[in-house]
Design a protein around this ligand. Structure first.
Ligand code: FAD
Length: 448
């Protein structure tokens, strides 16, 4: 086959952030890409039932922006034109970390974009629609993957359209970007394959978000704030984020049996029970808009499809359908965008092969392990600090936490180390860089 190989048609299940970035990756390698979404897709930036987490703040981290810029050149500009707020994570974000000296606000030239989740999807969808060979179809019910059990290959997708008519769509490749959906697991069962091994960490995170209108004259000098918990004794933490429309997201988070607030009085009381008064100060200057939104996230779940001895040809799970990460660390969309970049690279690497789709799923599933490993390890360590968290505790957990605290303390004193820590946290650099002998030595010297 030549380098110019193009498959006929690829189908993506789900038009969340994973489905959108996956479709972009496929659009270079297939004549036609179709995205099937269960919800009706809104014209504007409005929350929808299939993405209930969309009412809560969603930060796009620097690592995700790099991947999105790679998939959609100029993505950050598109986001800014749609009202997104670019924030320097050192200068514009107030980070409060009990047990660590206050982080000086300093310019680190590492950006995040602050924007509501529906607006992130709208910007991405608009860029995707401009690709020309991608169509998005909303209102698709009962989507299921069809395949050939003998050759273990996907061949088509079935769905019911909004008129209730059953449709069959041929597919050389199917991306499962259904998040909490089960098309991949259902298909594996139908072709007689076992379910993948899973690693689960029970975190029992409780979110309550409210929107506040804060007059600009009374607005704080940051664009976002993060107040971390006094772990492990207390799990309450919060963040505030300026949105594209000038309103402020105020998010209060608790863990386990400590439920997040269900009414305004409890919301205010919770904000007064945080390690600092930053969040309460903001809400006391503003006026609440609309209702409180609540969300419970029971567990982080990683499916090890890469460990399966046999996996269907042409099947590609991506995003939350492979790994759901504790949302507190804001890694999910960044991981999805990085996986889409991997998918595009794998398709490109296979394009000149005799059979370009042979081995694509296998190589993709192996390569995304290195995308997931760091955020999974980062969140696991921080989650396992809490006694109620369910999961396998590594033997050296205490040392890992001690090093993390020392590293953060050292980062408050040294701008280069501060930048390095932020680049690791925001998935720009691998976590291994903060464990190099030079950095370990520097941390010792700065915290002696
Ligand atoms: C409260 C909360 C806050 C978060 N904050 C952040 C953050 O700050 N930063 C960040 O990067 N990440 C954050 N995340 C994680 C982020 O939301 C997810 O990682 C990301 O949305 C994954 O996208 P996805 O497309 O894989 O899944 P989803 O967003 O769940 O989208 C799945 C889509 O598939 C559709 N679908 C499902 N089943 C079917 C089916 N059978 N047929 C057709 N369509 C189907 C759904 O309607 C939906 O549109 C947060 C998560 C939560 C819960």
């Amino acid at each position: 086959m030549s380098m110019g190989w193009k498959g006929k048609q690829a189908v993506v299940i789900g038009a969340g952030i994973s489905g959108l970035v996956a479709a972009r990756a496929l659009s270079d390698h297939f004549e036609r890409v179709v995205v099937l979404e269960r919800d009706e897709l809104p014209r504007g930036a409005t929350p929808r039932p299939g993405v209930p987490q969309g009412k809560h703040p969603h930060s796009l981290l620097a690592g995700g922006l790099i991947a999105l810029n790679e998939l959609f050149p100029g993505f950050v500009d598109s986001a800014m034109q749609a009202g997104g707020q670019a924030a320097d994570v050192g200068a514009d974000v107030q980070v409060e970390y009990p047990g660590v000296s206050p982080f000086p606000r300093r310019r680190l030239d590492t950006l995040i974009v602050l924007m509501s989740r529906p607006q992130i999807e709208l910007v991405t969808r608009t860029r995707l629609e401009a690709c020309g060979n991608v169509s998005l179809i909303g209102g698709c019910q009962h989507v299921s993957i069809l395949g050939n059990p003998d050759s273990l290959a996907v061949t088509a997708v079935f769905y019911e359209n909004r008129e209730g008519a059953r449709q069959k769509m041929l597919a050389d490749l199917v991306v499962d970007a259904s998040g909490r959906g089960t098309p991949t697991l259902d298909f594996l069962r139908n072709v007689g394959l076992p379910e993948p091994e899973e690693t689960v960490i029970g975190v029992d995170i409780n979110y309550t978000t409210a929107l506040y209108d804060v007059p600009t004259t009374l607005a704080p000098d940051f664009k976002a704030s993060v107040t971390l918990a006094e772990a492990p004794e207390k799990s309450r933490c919060s963040c505030t984020v300026l949105r594209e429309d000038g309103l402020w997201f105020v998010l209060l988070v608790s863990r386990g049996a400590d439920r997040s607030p269900a009414n305004e009085d409890a919301f205010v009381a919770f904000s007064q029970d945080l390690p600092t008064s930053t969040t309460y100060d903001l809400i006391s200057r503003g006026k609440r808009q609309g209702k409180l939104s609540r969300y419970s996230f029971p567990e982080s779940r990683r499916r090890h499809f890469n460990r399966m001895t046999a996996f269907p040809r042409g099947l590609v799970p991506l995003g939350d359908s492979v790994c759901r990460l504790n949302p507190v660390y804001a890694h999910g969309m960044t991981v999805a965008a990085k996986e889409a970049v991997v998918l595009r690279e794998v398709l490109k690497a296979h394009a000149s092969n005799y059979d370009p789709l042979d081995g694509v799923s296998h190589d993709y599933l192996q390569r995304i392990e290195s995308v997931i490993d760091d955020p999974w390890a980062m969140s696991s360590v921080l989650d396992l600090i809490y006694p109620h968290t369910r999961g396998q505790r590594p033997e050296n957990l205490r040392q890992m936490i001690e090093y993390q605290t020392a590293l953060s303390n050292a980062a408050t004193r040294d701008p280069a180390l501060h930048k390095l820590c932020v680049e690791v946290r925001d998935l720009v650099k691998p976590a291994s860089v903060v464990h190099s002998p030079e950095v370990v030595k520097m941390v010792k010297a700065l915290t002696a």
